[in-house]
Design a protein around this ligand. Sequence first.
Ligand code: ZN
Length: 169
Amino acid sequence: MSLERKTVKAQVSRMESLDFFPQLPAGLKEVENALMEFPTAAMCESWVTDWLQGHEDFPKPAAIYASLRTVKNLQTETQEAWKNPPAEKYDCPHGCKGWGTIRNEAGAHQFCLCSAGQALREASPGWLELLGRLDARARKTPRSAKGGLSTKLEGLEGRYYEAKKGADG
Ligand SMILES: [Zn+2]
């Protein structure tokens, strides 16, 4: 299954300001086709974010396909591990249930100490980073602005009334 073209178009438009943005529909379509191969919209979005952070020019389809190969290898490895888990993976004493990753006390992903975790670390060193990025995306909440100006104003107001009381009394 591939992503919808309109999903991908939204991501392509984020790269409009880059150098060498394709002037011909055919060039754009090739890049869209490549981006549509990402397994999820979140991964596609994450790839575009990475590209924007690291490049000034518009990606060539070859760059996208190279990343896709990495992603697909990771996926296959994970699926294989999940389809044929060796018995000991289910008995992981650290509680990763054969997934190979657990969360530490701070909630961050880390490779499990069991064989599944060590195999995953060797096969896919970038896996934690990927999980972390998906987490960060899910967690994006604006920071509350409370405690700044309003607290200062309340303090001033309090002092004003104290001073006034002193003057009146
Ligand atoms: Zn484990």
